[in-house]
Design a protein around this ligand. Sequence first.
Ligand code: PLP
Length: 438
Amino acid sequence: MSNLAIFGGEKTIEKEDEEVFKREVSEEIEKKVLEVLREWKMSDIDITKEFEREYAKWYGVRYALGHNNGTAAIHSSLFGLKIGKGDEIICPSITYWASALPALSLGASVVFADIHPETLCINPDDIENHITERTKAIIVVHYAGYPAEMDRIIEIAKKHNLKILEDCSHSHGSLYKGKLTGTFGDVSAFSLMSGKGFAIGEAGIMLTDDREIYERAIIFAHYERHSEITFDYLKKGTGIPWGGYKYRMHQLSSAVGVVKIKYFKEEMEEIDKAMNYFCDLLEEIPGIKPHRPPKNSGSTKGAWYHPVAFLEKEKLEGLSLTRFCEAMRAEGISVLPGCNKPLHLHPLFHTIDVYNDGKPTNLRNIKGNIVQSKGSLPVSESIGKRVFTIPLFRKFKPSIIEKYASGFEKVLKNYKELLKGDKGDPEDIGKWGLTLGI
Ligand SMILES: Cc1ncc(COP(=O)(O)O)c(C=O)c1O
């Protein structure tokens, strides 16, 4: 008999070393935030503009527009792309709801594509299956920081004359073949909320090189910046936001941002070093496969938001993810089964009539049948039973990282003992929103 903690053995991690996981708030950040607060500039836009300039510089793009959250940045981006009544957008089914939902209030519909079982991003092989004459844009999510296959996605978009919106809420600093994710599409949107890789509070940002997208986002929800508008058709209606929304970024977040961005590269390098070291150790253990791009591909996971790994059940006689995670938690290592739930199965996309149209909102402006039932996107529907979150090390401390990896090894080496009493995985696994555990 092994000494697995789930059966009363010694725990691998008696007390978590908080230092390796903790986020730091420097004195410089505190000072800047207090300055904005004391000058009562919380709703001004001067610090936000400074932050936008720095963010745009980092990404090498022309325009950056701060928002009060990532959802708002996606909403403005979709309006910027002229998504409207009767249009369809294609979005991966495994993502946070905000990648898709803002399209509904614009009168558009969402059609979901399956994800790739290894990248967990939209599968280029499935995109064309969902393109119709109404399709206007592809939403790309670099899921859990893993860069999506942009070469193929761009090729498909060009072939069908579609726009690309990159949702980079998980991929701050991630590179695809050496180039930053968020610089491939027509527009990109980032959540900067406190759980994210680049975290500055409830905030978001939109990036684009296209002046018209930028100005449309301004006319939509940033009335305080209407003086920047140059397009005649937009100029006619300045003064109030066309969308009826106010998406201005909170300047306490911008204050955190202007300081954080100065040190982010270093912070990210440390995380990347620590996480690659950890994943190298995990890769040696039969039964587990970390989710990360191949080495020497030029692709990276940036700040490693929400790192996950796959449980290779076929090598473990079908051990359930739930049972494995229970055993890991008993060892003192926090791992959670599942990922975002498949959006295409949510009732909102089947039956719910949000705006009193007399028909389901996702179908209200189109004639075709785009309802996607169970069985339609097999990878998205089954992936939750294979992936689990792994600890996110922010500091490169080899001895601590090794200790955690040894906990995985201990559990997986003794997996046979866990098969007894394994009740399997529940049908409903994962969460609609991961950040606050909802
Ligand atoms: C993929 C993705 N898109 C969009 C969002 C929305 O961002 P926010 O929470 O800042 O509105 C989130 C996160 O929460 C996300 O994970």
